[in-house]
Design a protein around this ligand. Structure first.
Ligand SMILES: [Zn+2]
Length: 342
């Protein structure tokens, strides 16, 4: 049984906006049903994503030096060791795979996704997304064969400056590691615990539960299930795509990429309508030979709180308390995004 536990509470104060009469403001603390980690839901509707000046990023004084732009790429980006990628770099359509100049682990690749330096969400065509994912996943599968001692595989993606991305030129990171982060490890061990206790796969049970609950289930695209998770990693909510038949990177086939790209395009249409210009995303894979920890893709919007002093949307909660805080209830997010999945 998956338990969705939330504590609803409120804070009272005398409100200067209403002649110092009493105001009651509700908040929630939710417990992640898999990991037990908490998340605060408050400040409902208090913030809006900020518009970014996309053409402004092309201005020379803002752009500076971009190693991913065509004329610089050949001289300024590294090449793989011959035993990893004999030809040094690999391309597919506009996508170009290079090693990360600032590697996260032993095998750390970057996919430059486009020729263009600035690409708004509407210009991530299916081809651009598909080529990028296929190129990156092919790299992950290659290093999985070359170095099976690294059990976990990740795609990570910072898109536009609010996300922490150092370059606006679209790119994704692909790497294998023994240390995929605390969240990943908590989810992996939670999945194993759930399986040992119930002999059931948590992710399959979650899909069933969310379909029947029908308040956070966004839709099905091909073989993939899209939900707004009960606990959100992002301030403006989270969308998750679960691959019920994928456990390790070995299981991920071209059809999965097509489902992912199709669903992601719908998320992007929703983001455009909501004025969301930036996000973080990940696609994660557990070790080979297990059947309890599924692959999933997760995306959270990012924004500056304002474009006057560019306050970031992460604060003491995430930085020193390691606690997500979210201003959108997943059930509301689900209702808003569902029409895009019809
Ligand atoms: Zn560029």
């Amino acid at each position: 049984m998956i338990e969705f536990k939330a504590i609803e509470s409120a804070s009272n104060f005398l409100d200067p906006r209403q002649g110092f009469s009493q105001s009651t403001v509700n908040f929630q603390v939710r417990f992640d049903p898999l990991t037990g980690r908490t998340c605060h839901f408050s400040h409902f509707g208090a913030l809006k994503a900020q518009r970014l000046d996309l053409p402004g990023y092309e201005r020379p004084e803002v752009k500076g030096f971009c190693p991913f732009c065509g004329d610089k790429r050949d001289k300024a980006t590294p090449k793989f060791m011959p035993d990893i990628i004999p030809e040094g770099r690999r391309t597919r359509g506009e996508a170009c795979l290079i090693p990360n100049l600032f590697p996260y682990d032993i095998h750390s690749g970057v996919v430059i996704m486009t020729d263009d330096h600035v690409v708004g969400l509407s210009r991530f065509s299916n081809d651009r997304l598909t080529d990028s994912f296929l190129l990156g996943l092919d790299f992950l599968q290659r290093i999985h064969s070359l170095d099976p001692a690294l059990p976990y595989h990740l795609m990570t993606w910072n898109y536009m400056p609010p996300s922490g991305g150092g370059l606006v030129h679209p790119h994704q990171q692909y790497f294998a590691t023994r240390f995929p982060g605390n969240q990943f490890m908590d989810e992996l061990s939670g999945s194993e615990r759930f399986f040992n206790a119930s002999r059931k796969n948590y992710w399959h049970a979650l899909i069933e539960t969310e379909i029947s609950g029908n308040t956070r289930y966004i839709g099905k695209v091909g073989q993939t299930h899209w939900i707004a998770p009960f606990v959100s990693m992002g301030l403006l909510g989270e969308v998750m795509c679960i691959f019920p038949d994928v456990f390790s990177v070995r299981d991920f086939k071209e059809g999965h990429v097509h489902d992912l790209v199709s669903g992601l395009g719908r998320v992007f249409r929703f983001y455009e309508a909501e004025g969301i210009f930036s996000f973080n995303a990940s696609l994660s894979f557990g070790p080979e030979g297990q059947g309890h920890f599924n692959s999933f893709f997760r995306i959270v919007p990012r924004t500056f709180l304002n474009t006057r002093d560019f306050a970031p949307d992460l604060n003491f909660f995430q930085a020193v308390l390691s606690e997500p805080i979210c201003i959108v209830l997943p059930e509301d997010l689900c209702e808003d995004i569902r029409p895009y999945f019809k």
